[in-house]
Design a protein around this ligand. Structure first.
Ligand SMILES: C[C@@](CO)(OP(=O)(O)O)[C@H](O)COP(=O)(O)OP(=O)(O)OC[C@H]1O[C@@H](n2ccc(N)nc2=O)[C@H](O)[C@@H]1O
Ligand SMILES: Nc1ncnc2c1ncn2[C@@H]1O[C@H](COP(=O)(O)OP(=O)(O)O)[C@@H](O)[C@H]1O
Length: 319
C-alpha cells in the first residue's frame, strides 16, 4: 500500500464524530398483515399485525455533553435525505425528544446534560413505514447506551409501549406477529429474503385520521386469514391483507389508483398498502423487476425506491 496515498473517508460524517458518540440504524417497516378490530375504551383499536423490517432506514447520531446546570436538555435536528420533503417540526415535538425524556424519567435520571440528536431521514413520513416510531426506538437504545444502561432494561420496553403502538416492534425488528393494540408480541417469524418496491403518491395519510375513517365504515377480514397470520412460521406464509386500506383510500385521492397500478405490474408477486398508508409495497420476483417498477412509478410522478425485507432492528451501529 502507498503510504502517501490520500486517506479515503467512506462516511463524510465520521470525521465530525466525537469519541463516545453513538450512531444508530432505525429501519422502516411494512405490515404484511393488518387486521384492525374493535375500538377499545382507551381509544385504541384491537389489532393483529405482522410487521416486517425493511433495509430502508434512518440514521441517528447521538451525543451526551455534560452541562453546568439545568438538568436534562434535549436537542433534536432532522435532515431530509434522498429528495424527501423536510419534516418541519420543533425539536420538542419530535417523537425522539419525547422518547429520551420519557426514558430519563423512568430511570430517575437527573444529571445536568445535553442529549443532542441528529436524524438523517430516508423514510418518508405519513407513509405507514413507521419512520417516527423506529427513530423513537433507536433513540431509546441510543440513550441507554450513552447512559451505560443495560440494553435489556425493562424501562426501555415500557417507554416504547407508552410512546406508540408501533415503537415496541422496532426493538425486536425482523418479522413479528403482534396483537393487543399492535404492541404485544405473539410470535417471531422467519424473515423473507426478497426484493421489494416501495411507492408513495404525493401526500400522506395521518394514522389517527385513518382510524377515524375506519370507524365510520369498518371492514372485516376473513377469520381464516386471521388464523393464518397467527399460525404463520415464515413471512412468506402470511396472507397479504390490510383492512385499513379502504379508510386510507377514502382520505387520499389517487391512492386507490396507485395501489391498483402496483398490483398490476409484471414481476409483482404480491402487493399491499403499508399500514395506514400512503406508501405501498410490492414483493418482487427479482431485483431487476423491482428496478423496472421503480423507474415506471417515478415516471408517473410518485416517490419510489427499491428495498428488501430485512432482519434489522433499531440498534447501535458498531464503530
Ligand atoms: C397503522 C399502524 C400499523 O402498524 O401504523 P402506521 O402504518 O400508521 O405506521 C399502527 O396501528 C399505528 O401505530 P402508531 O403509528 O404507533 O400509532 P400511535 O402513535 O400509537 O397512535 C396514533 C393514533 O392512531 C390510533 N390508533 C393507533 C393504534 C391502534 N391500535 N389503534 C388506534 O386507534 C389512535 O387514534 C392513536 O391516537
Ligand atoms: N422523528 C420523526 N420522524 C417522522 N415523523 C415524526 C418524527 N417525530 C414526530 N413525527 C410526527 O409523527 C408523524 C407520524 O410519523 P411517521 O413516521 O410519519 O409515521 P407513519 O408514516 O408510520 O404513520 C409525522 O407525520 C410527524 O408529524
Amino acid at each position: 500500500m502507498n503510504e502517501n496515498a490520500p486517506m479515503v473517508v467512506s462516511d463524510p460524517l465520521a470525521a465530525f464524530e466525537r469519541e463516545g458518540m453513538v450512531k444508530l440504524v432505525a429501519p422502516a417497516k411494512t405490515n404484511l398483515f393488518l387486521n384492525i378490530g374493535e375500538k377499545r375504551p382507551d381509544g385504541y383499536h384491537e389489532a393483529t399485525t405482522v410487521m416486517h423490517a425493511l433495509t430502508l432506514h434512518d440514521v441517528l447520531h447521538m451525543d451526551c455533553i455534560a452541562q453546568g446546570g439545568g438538568g436534562l436538555q434535549i436537542e433534536v435536528s432532522c435532515h431530509a435525505r434522498e429528495g424527501l420533503e423536510q419534516l418541519s417540526i420543533a425539536s420538542e415535538d419530535n417523537i425522539v425528544h419525547k422518547a429520551i425524556a420519557l426514558l430519563a424519567c423512568k430511570l430517575g435520571r437527573s444529571e445536568n446534560e445535553l442529549i443532542s440528536v441528529r436524524i438523517e431521514k430516508h423514510i418518508p413520513h405519513e407513509a405507514g413505514l413507521g419512520g417516527g416510531s423506529s427513530d423513537a426506538a433507536a433513540a431509546l437504545v441510543g440513550a441507554a447506551k450513552l447512559w451505560g444502561v443495560d440494553a435489556d432494561a425493562p424501562e426501555i420496553r415500557e417507554a416504547a409501549c407508552e410512546l406508540g403502538a408501533d415503537v415496541a416492534f422496532f426493538l425486536h425488528g425482523g418479522c413479528a406477529c403482534l396483537t393487543g393494540a399492535g404492541e404485544v408480541f405473539h410470535h417471531t417469524l422467519d424473515p423473507m429474503k426478497k426484493a421489494a418496491v416501495l411507492v408513495k403518491p404525493e401526500g400522506g395519510v395521518s394514522t389517527s385520521a385513518a382510524y377515524i375513517a375506519f370507524d365510520a365504515d369498518p371492514v372485516a377480514l376473513d377469520a381464516a386469514d386471521q388464523e393464518a397470520a397467527l399460525a404463520a412460521v415464515c413471512a412468506e406464509d402470511v396472507p397479504l391483507r390490510n383492512n385499513l386500506a379502504a379508510a386510507s383510500e377514502s382520505l387520499l385521492p389517487g391512492l386507490a389508483e396507485m395501489l391498483a397500478w402496483l398490483a398490476d405490474q409484471e414481476g409483482v408477486e404480491g402487493s399491499l398498502m403499508s399500514g395506514s398508508g400512503s406508501a405501498a409495497f410490492a414483493v418482487c420476483a427479482t431485483f431487476d423487476d423491482a428496478c423496472r417498477i421503480v423507474a415506471a412509478a417515478r415516471n408517473r410522478g410518485w416517490w419510489a425506491r427499491t428495498t428488501a425485507f430485512s432482519s434489522a432492528r433499531a440498534a447501535v451501529i458498531p464503530r
